[in-house]
Design a protein around this ligand. Structure first.
Ligand code: HEC
Ligand code: HEC
Length: 415
């Protein structure tokens, strides 16, 4: 038996033993780091198409279809309402939302840059280098509605709560609720838009008015669904058995994909159609920041527990019947959460550099190098060891980068 066939047989055995697909591949390390890429001379070999195993194929299909079916969020009564979506859009681009009258959500989440800012950490127009706002990279808002936890540290459990935080945060819009609510009551355009969105004029309860602004902002962001990518065309061609169409997908990307779902174990965490399992992990990105450390998920959970704006609190429009509240009720804070960050989605990656929670890696190639040269001693010792140093060859690194690039569309629409 050849080395490749041998490793395939071992992998098959491992997979039979452990039912869970992604984890099974993760625990069978020998599968695809070996150069097994050449298609065997099988009867149905198609030029330009690798001969993916049934397990590889199943994993590839699990990264779609795209777009995902959308689900309304009952916690936000404005979700899906056209008037609220229009109000949210107007607010998002309005610099009067900032305490300084110059800062809009779109100042950092810039539509032309995939709703991020292209910077390591945010810096507003006119601000000096020394006055960076916050220590985390601005995430894209494409596909924002698909998350269960929001922010790099999961400090929020709904899109509206994640939209409320920047309104009140000193490093972002820095608003006082009373002042912001008064502005909504007195600005004729905002007042009219509020009434159209929520069916009544803004009342006297400042907190309620501000929460409703966040809900309108969330309703608009929930409409941001990223376009299909070359990977999606390949995945759908595989799904319908159209080998000729599938063969149009570059071979380098196919080899990179095989690594991604196989020996490099990326899809254990970067799972599903959005390429994230929605959970948190430590992949050895240093969490030291000026003056201390960024505790990541650990602080996010403390914040979530203390927040009056979670799914367990009265502003949840779904009340006691919200099925998504269960996860919030059951969070536990453990030491292992220290230094964990949310597994980011990988769609539209080409448009969202720099990467990681601190924006420390400037290119897709630098990310691949990070995983290839991983410092295993930097990782948490506890929990299941999924990551290990990959020591990719130059060819493998290029293939993996080529695959990652196919998760982006050539350009993004202007919403
Ligand atoms: C100063 C730059 C800045 C401004 C202004 C800003 N944001 Fe953000 N936004 C960020 C950063 C940085 C993060 C990541 C924060 C974290 O994880 O700690 C973020 C995170 C988010 C998230 C969570 C996304 C996710 O994937 O979990 C949402 C939603 C969001 N912002 C919406 C808004 C809205 C709505 C506004 C306007 C009310 C706004 N932001 C204003 C920089 C900004
Ligand atoms: C153990 C779970 C896990 C595995 C396995 C994993 N990742 Fe990640 N990935 C993460 C987390 C968590 C982050 C964010 C880390 C941070 O910011 O500190 C991340 C970040 C990234 C980013 C940056 C995205 C952005 O928007 O900033 C890319 C690209 C990426 N991973 C690709 C890969 C590839 C390729 C592999 C396989 C070689 C892989 N990942 C394996 C959890 C994982």
């Amino acid at each position: 038996m050849s080395r490749c066939a041998d490793s395939r047989a071992r992998a098959r055995a491992a997979r039979r033993l452990i039912g869970r697909l992604a984890l099974a591949l993760a625990l069978a390390p020998a599968i695809t780091l070996l150069p097994c890429a050449a298609a065997p001379a099988g009867s149905d070999a198609t030029p330009g198409l690798l001969d993916f195993t049934a397990a590889e194929r199943a994993l590839i299909l699990s990264h779609g279809p795209w777009p995902m079916p959308t689900e309304r969020d009952g916690a936000n009564r404005a979700d899906g309402r056209p008037a609220a979506i229009a109000f949210g859009r107007a607010l998002f681009f309005d610099p009067r939302l900032g305490a300084d009258g110059r800062t809009a959500c779109a100042s950092c989440h810039q539509p032309a840059r995939a709703f991020q800012d292209g910077l390591r950490t945010p810096l507003l127009p006119g601000a000096a280098e020394g006055t960076r706002r916050g220590q985390r990279n601005t995430p894209t808002l494409w596909d924002a509605a698909t998350w269960r936890w929001f922010g790099w540290d999961g400090a929020h459990d709904s899109l509206w709560a994640a939209s409320l935080a920047p309104l009140l945060d000193g490093a972002e819009m820095a608003r006082r609720p009373d002042d912001l609510a008064a502005q909504v009551r007195h600005d004729p355009a905002w007042r009219a838009a509020y009434r159209a969105a929520f069916g009544a004029a803004p009342g006297d309860d400042d907190e309620l008015v501000v929460v409703d602004l966040a809900k309108a902002l969330a309703a608009w962001q929930a409409t941001l669904v990223s376009p299909r990518t070359p990977f999606d065309d390949f995945r759908d061609a595989l799904a319908r058995g159209d080998r000729v169409a599938a063969a149009a997908y570059p071979l380098a990307a196919q080899r990179g994909l095989r690594l991604f779902v196989g020996g490099a174990r990326c899809s254990v965490c970067h799972a599903g159609p959005g390429f994230s399992n929605g959970e948190f992990a430590d992949i050895g990105v240093p969490f030291f920041v000026p003056g201390g450390v960024d505790p990541g998920r650990h602080r996010g959970l403390l914040h979530l527990r203390a927040s009056p704006y979670t799914r367990l609190e009265p502003h949840n429009d779904a009340g006691a019947i919200d099925p998504r509240a269960v996860a919030t009720r059951h969070v536990v804070i453990e030491p292992r959460h220290f230094g964990e960050f949310r597994v980011p989605g990988l769609r539209q990656l080409v448009h969202t550099a720099p990467y990681m929670h601190d924006g420390s890696l400037p290119t897709v190639e630098a990310v691949v190098r990070h995983y290839s040269e991983l410092d295993e001693d930097r990782l948490h010792a506890d929990g299941e060891r999924i990551l290990r140093r990959l020591d990719l060859s130059a060819q493998q690194a290029a293939d993996l980068a080529a695959f990652l690039r196919t998760l982006s569309s050539p350009r993004l629409p202007a919403p």
